[in-house]
Design a protein around this ligand. Structure first.
Ligand SMILES: *[C@@H]1O[C@H](CO)[C@@H](O)[C@H](O)[C@H]1NC(C)=O
Ligand SMILES: *[C@@H]1O[C@H](CO)[C@@H](O)[C@H](O)[C@H]1NC(C)=O
Ligand SMILES: *[C@@H]1O[C@H](CO)[C@@H](O)[C@H](O)[C@H]1NC(C)=O
Ligand SMILES: *[C@@H]1O[C@H](CO)[C@@H](O)[C@H](O)[C@H]1NC(C)=O
Ligand SMILES: *[C@@H]1O[C@H](CO)[C@@H](O)[C@H](O)[C@H]1NC(C)=O
Length: 787
């Protein structure tokens, strides 16, 4: 046999033996939480069986599982002084087994519930189960819910089966109650719900929050299988079988669905919710939805909507469908007063269909559209088998524990104090050369120079370890330096996979570029970042908390200029898949008992300059950077959906050019030209800039400006007042000032803005006014095309 064949055969045997085990269960767990009050005694990783859970399908394991969660010094729901915390992370691990539970599993703040993906553990409710969810991520208690839903960050549930079938069909039952915000995810879960009718079983219930990401979920039964509402969310690869209603959208501002498969259900997707909106009865509660690359079969009604003639609010229930295949779906879309789009007993493909206001370049008047539109042209490099390419976070479930190299075993401390630069660089290089995955045990790894990730590297964190740039190397905004650089020489090619980590800074680090991506990867096999975030300030160990960065301090406070840029994808980089990535300059201190606001300055959010492109931004958010959140310059072939931004709360005092002066060579925005003669609120960060770039595809965006100088009066909404003037403009296309840009081509569905007078500016001119596009809370442009 050839050596490669011997090796393949050998690895095949090994993987068969390993089939039931999971490296994550057996690897030595030595993660630390350096600022936990318990110090080194604090246990990050908890195997529920070591806390007494039996997983035998007979014993009631509720108390044992909750003990695994609550053990040690944690941030307890409803306890005074714990709204949120970064100092008590926990991984609660479920080996294979059936865990019988009689009341809710309550994951405290920053808990990851992770099962063995090779033999997925089952959480099975008893017949008399009590509680809102088998897992209740945010229970109703002394506060409602106990953790503020828009501040629930850094949480995952993976590889679990939820089974409510012991509970009678007519009794309310919920798999998981999951009102959460950014940097959270559910991945690879199965829901076994009652399949009887009538049926009160729900798989996923989300009533509020600012999410978030869900992927790879399978639902059997339920009514509805998903019952969900939030400001915005990205959801993909959802399968529904035999549900009365597959998805019920309670409310939203915007929501992106990709890769949904609905089979043998009653109704596929229901967005017909109405209620009192601004004093109008029967107002549409759902703002907007984007639904693509999906299949519905053997289901009488595909979509149900509240949108018809005379809908209030004017852009309520905006909808964009693209590449949706129907088989035996007699009614494609059911409106409030009849069928809006007929279906078929055979098969049909909805190439593209729109309800809501649309704009084409050159016109500043919206067209109210209801019907078929041209599908967006899909760049070949972004597509696989006709659908947009997607790839779930790797869990490496076929690898043996010997194929992982721990950074703590290699001498890194992760204690937030020791300079771990050399130890980390050394293990990344040697593990990658040996073909191993670099395992970052939980911890805070302080570095004082750039960490370089070479092609071929795979890095994975235990909960969310931090790489934290600190010191003088990062302190000069005229000579910025990366904290983490991917591709350590210009023009390097190869693949890097990186998941479950955070990159941060400590103290005054005005010259830090947290992530610089210089690697080129092919379109068909891109590099990937999953659940990798930046977090600038607002946590213990950052020296950028309430004590240092109070909003009441004299501004700009030079101790709190904490990043030059969150992330830069440079001209030589290409082929990068980013999923569930949140680039956050803190607006509040997560470890402060009252989540008090802080004023932190970070210059720029995400800059994409890749000349080749082929970049996917699936479920990403960029918030509170001073000059812009997302900027695309001289790039092409970008897919994004849903993207979400917020303007810094302190602006315009000081304005966007404080403390970072725009640098022309970096194509920073030139506020001096385009704000001349405009209101002071022109001096606010751009949420999204597209400059001389081609084939920029946006499938859902929420660009929000809630504050002026920490006051929300400028975005207040009630029955008598409708303020939308926190800033003059937010989304600029080929907007140059003294620089000149041109020729961008953009295809966008579902743009939602808040607090901005103009929703879209092109070449310095407003082309979509918020007043023409009002929705229940945000404003919505259903489609914009500049081709
Ligand atoms: C969501 O939370 C906000 C803020 O706490 C609250 O005003 C609103 O009523 C909640 N919505 C729902 C549907 O629970
Ligand atoms: C969808 O999820 C299923 C179940 O987790 C998984 O097997 C499949 O690979 C996923 N497909 C995609 C396209 O991510
Ligand atoms: C990465 O790209 C940037 C921008 O082009 C460049 O300044 C930097 O030198 C590159 N880094 C390396 C190591 O090639
Ligand atoms: C911002 O608000 C603070 C507190 O309300 C106030 O003292 C300050 O004058 C305001 N600044 C400007 C420029 O309006
Ligand atoms: C509506 O908002 C305005 C501005 O914030 C406020 O003055 C007014 O009292 C509010 N009205 C109601 C009914 O809440």
């Amino acid at each position: 046999m050839k050596l490669s064949l011997v090796l393949t055969t050998y690895l095949g045997l090994v993987s068969q033996v390993l089939a039931q085990t999971y490296w994550y269960e057996t690897i030595t767990h030595q993660g630390v939480a350096p600022y936990n009050p318990q110090g080194t005694a604090y246990q990050v990783f908890r195997n529920v069986k070591l806390f007494g859970a039996k997983g035998d399908g007979v014993t009631d394991d509720t108390a044992a599982i909750n003990a695994a969660i609550s053990s040690g010094s944690r941030c307890v729901e409803g306890a005074p002084g714990c709204q949120s915390s970064t100092t008590s992370p926990a991984v609660v691990y479920f080996p294979a087994g059936t865990y019988l539970i009689s009341s809710s599993i309550l994951p405290y703040y920053m808990t990851q519930l992770i099962g063995n993906p090779n033999n997925m553990p089952v959480l099975k409710a008893t017949a008399s189960f009590s509680g809102l969810g088998l897992v209740d991520g945010d229970p109703y208690g002394s506060a409602n819910p106990d953790y503020g839903t828009t501040n629930v960050f850094y949480r995952q549930v993976r590889n679990l089966v939820f089974d409510t079938t012991n509970i009678p069909a007519g009794t309310a039952a919920t798999g998981i109650h999951w009102p959460t915000a950014q940097a959270t995810s559910l991945q690879n879960c199965v829901f076994h719900l009652s399949q009887a009718n009538p049926n009160s079983h729900v798989g996923v219930f989300i009533e509020n929050g600012s999410g978030g990401f869900l992927t790879d979920l399978v639902f059997n039964g339920g009514s509805p299988a998903m019952n969900i509402g939030s400001q915005q969310f990205t959801t993909r690869n959802l399968t529904f079988e035999n549900s009365v209603t597959a998805i019920n959208q309670i409310w939203d501002w915007g929501w992106t669905y990709m890769g949904v498969s609905i089979n043998n259900c009653g109704t596929g997707f229901d967005m017909s919710a109405v209620g009192t909106v601004d004093g109008h009865a029967n107002g549409a509660e759902v703002g907007s939805v984007i639904f693509i690359d999906s299949h519905i079969s053997n289901t009488p009604i595909g979509f149900k909507t509240a949108r018809g003639s005379g809908t209030y609010p004017p852009t309520g229930a905006s909808m964009a469908l693209e590449n949706v295949v129907l088989s035996n779906v007699p009614t494609a879309i059911q409106g409030p007063s009849g069928v809006t789009l007929a279906g078929t007993s055979g098969t049909m493909t909805i190439a593209a269909y729109l309800e809501g206001n649309s704009y084409t370049a050159g016109s500043s008047t919206p067209t109210s559209t209801s019907g078929s539109v041209n599908a967006f042209p899909r760049p070949a490099g972004l597509v696989s088998g006709g659908e947009y390419y997607t790839r779930s976070k790797p869990q490496y479930q076929n690898l043996a524990v010997s194929q992982f190299s721990s950074v703590r075993s290699a001498g890194a401390k992760g204690d937030g104090v020791t300079d771990d630069s050399a130890a980390i660089q050394s293990i990344i290089n040697s593990a990658t050369a040996a073909g191993n995955v670099v395992y970052f045990d939980a911890g805070i790894y302080k570095v004082t120079t750039t960490i370089s990730i070479p092609p071929g590297a795979k890095l994975v964190g235990e909960t969310y370890p931090l790489i934290m740039g600190s010191g003088s190397f990062f302190s000069n905004m005229n000579n910025p330096q990366p904290v983490v650089q991917v591709g350590s020489a210009s023009g390097q090619s190869g693949i890097v996979e990186w998941s479950d980590m955070i990159v941060s800074t400590q103290g005054a680090t005005e010259g830090a570029i947290l992530i610089e991506w210089n690697l080129s990867s092919g379109a068909s096999s891109p590099s990937g970042m999953w659940d990798v975030h930046t977090r600038i300030g607002g946590f213990t160990g950052s020296n950028l908390q309430v004590a240092q960065c109070a909003t009441s301090a004299a501004q700009p406070n030079t101790n709190c200029i904490a990043a030059f840029q969150s992330m830069h994808i440079t001209p030589v980089a290409s082929g990068l898949y980013m999923e569930n990535v949140w680039l956050w300059s803190a607006d509040h201190d997560i470890d402060d008992p009252s989540d008090t606001q802080v004023t932190i300055y970070s210059g720029r959010g995400l800059l994409v300059e890749s000349t080749t492109g082929n970049i996917w931004l699936i479920g990403t958010a960029v918030e509170h950077h001073t000059l812009y959140q997302y900027q695309f310059t001289n790039t092409q072939n970008i897919f994004m959906g849903f993207i979400q931004t917020e303007t810094p709360y302190y602006q315009p005092s000081p304005g966007a050019t404080t403390p970072f002066s725009p640098v022309a060579s970096r194509n920073d925005p030139d506020f001096s030209v385009y704000c001349a003669g405009k209101d002071i609120t022109c001096n606010d960060a751009w949420a999204l800039r597209i400059l001389s770039s081609k084939n920029i595809l946006v499938y859902g965006a929420g660009l929000y400006s809630f504050f002026n100088n920490y006051s929300t009066t400028c975005s207040d909404h009630n029955d008598t007042t409708y303020n939308e003037n926190c800033q003059t403009q937010i989304f600029g296309i080929d907007e140059g000032g003294s620089q000149s840009y041109s020729g961008s081509t953009i295809y966008l569905y579902g743009l939602n803005t808040l607090g901005t007078v103009s929703m879209i500016d092109s070449g310095g001119v407003s082309i979509a006014a918020q007043s023409d596009n009002t929705n229940a809370y945000a404003e919505t442009v259903a489609m914009y095309v500049a081709s």
